[in-house]
Design a protein around this ligand. Structure first.
Ligand code: PLP
Length: 432
């Protein structure tokens, strides 16, 4: 029997290997990739080139907000592509205007600029801040240690992580880093050149760490007192992932004990990822009176806010609202988190802590897990390799944390399926 039925594992390796070869010879090797070659997806599942199915709890790093091959995204793409794909920003078109209106409706009175990625959205924030401070000679933006704001030259300069800057100096001047969730440190760091503070509502790249309500409100006061802009990077944690459009809305919700919690607004917010659900798109929103600082000719990008991308983003808003996906993100996310906390209680030698809000969950691994001792690879990567073996995709967040960023329309039975796969891996590690 063995001889007649070839072992599937051998086939999987060969198919994946030939694609890896193609990459090795032709693609600039900037990414450390996992040993998987994916071919198609549907909802919260993807299949590799050999037909093996995986449950996707990574969502393309918080992008695939409605899952894979969503028929309504396809429909929006097809319908709009029959009408008008691109015209440039020399002309008006309705989808861009309607999308900007939709974003402001969900944050507050203001205006929106469209671009193509998170890093580019943040570039817009830097330029907004520099314009704001220009006449007074102020240009410095404080950002948080361990923050991530993208891979452009200004993006790596803004990011509070040494590893993304290494080998690319001299960096863009005008960025300094402050400890996250530490208001006193922010106050102490201000200089006469400071013009803005930029933070993520939930830090995504090293550990999934939400800002506290007190920190957000304290930064708002600090910025008001010192004529600084408060900028928020919602590229990863935005777009209903936490159960509200913006993470700060979720973090501050119900905090009647904190003065200003019900009226809090940053001055500008960058977004991307889930906004286009896989169609590359970025944007930043700026509130009045800063929305008109960038006047005609001061900023631009060829593809930004194309009819095609905007039609998709509008459809995503419609589906999220119609299907109450913010509620699903909140409730299913809370259920997953509670289950993981129970698992952490049972296996403290494997899981140290569970953090996050809604569908942005971080699973911090315990230090020095014996099962991982024999390898140089960070614990997060070793854990994820085991998840892949079990049939689940997830994303590392630094060396010790696993990030779960599933689609907002994840079904309860898929949440259970994912939990069972994680539990299996945790039991395996604990027993090793
Ligand atoms: C918080 C945050 N900001 C900015 C970026 C950069 O976005 P992009 O990769 O679309 O340029 C990312 C990407 O992971 C991010 O998580």
């Amino acid at each position: 029997m063995r001889d007649l039925v070839p072992a599937p594992a051998a086939v999987i390796r060969n198919e994946t290997k030939s694609i890896q070869e193609l990459f090795r010879g032709n693609v600039i090797p900037t990414y450390g990739r996992f040993d998987l070659a994916l071919a198609r997806g549907e909802g919260s599942h993807v299949w590799d080139v050999n037909g093996r199915r995986y449950l996707d709890f990574g969502g393309g790093i918080a992008v695939c907000v409605l899952g894979h091959a969503n028929p309504e995204i396809t429909e929006a793409l097809v319908e709009q592509s029959r009408r008008l794909v691109h015209i440039s920003n020399l002309y008006y078109h309705e989808p861009q205007g309607r999308l900007a209106q939709q974003i402001s409706r969900n944050i507050g009175p203001g205006k929106v600029f469209f671009c193509n990625s998170g890093a580019e959205a943040n570039e817009g924030l830097y330029k907004l801040a520099r314009r704001f401070g220009h006449d007074e000679g102020r240009f410095e933006i404080l950002t948080a240690e361990n923050s991530f704001h993208g891979r452009t030259l200004a993006g790596i300069s803004a990011s509070g992580q040494a590893k993304v800057k290494k080998g690319f100096g001299p960096l863009t001047p005008g960025f300094r880093h402050i400890p996250y969730n530490d208001l006193a440190a922010a106050r102490a760091a201000l200089s006469p050149a400071t013009v803005a503070i930029l933070i993520e509502g939930i830090q995504g790249e090293i550990g999934v760490i939400p800002a506290t309500a007190e920190y957000l409100l304290g930064l708002r006061r600090l910025c008001d007192e010192n004529k600084l802009l408060l900028l928020m990077d919602a590229v990863q944690c935005g777009h209903f992932r936490t159960g509200r459009f913006q993470s700060f809305q979720r973090i501050l919700e119900g905090r009647v004990d904190l003065p200003g919690a019900d009226t809090f607004l940053p001055d500008a917010v960058s977004m991307a990822k889930s906004l286009g659900g896989g169609v590359p798109m970025g944007a930043f929103w700026a509130r009045e009176p800063y929305a008109d600082l960038l006047d005609p000719g001061s900023h631009g990008t060829t593809y930004g806010g194309s009819p095609l991308a905007c039609a998709v983003a509008l459809r995503i808003f419609e589906v999220i609202e119609r299907d109450q996906l913010a509620r699903n993100a909140r409730e299913t996310g809370a259920w997953i988190k509670a289950q993981l906390e129970q698992l952490a209680g049972k296996y403290p030698t494997v899981i140290q802590q569970v953090r996050g809000l809604g569908m942005m969950i971080g699973l911090e691994l315990a230090p020095k897990i014996p099962a991982f001792a024999g390898s140089e690879k960070p614990a997060s990567l070793q854990f994820i390799n085991l998840l892949h073996e079990a049939g689940l995709l997830a994303i590392p967040s630094g060396a010790q944390t696993i990030r779960l960023l599933p689609a907002l329309n994840l079904r309860p039975e898929e949440a259970s399926e994912g939990l069972a796969l994680i539990e299996g891996v945790v039991i395996r590690i604990a027993a090793a």
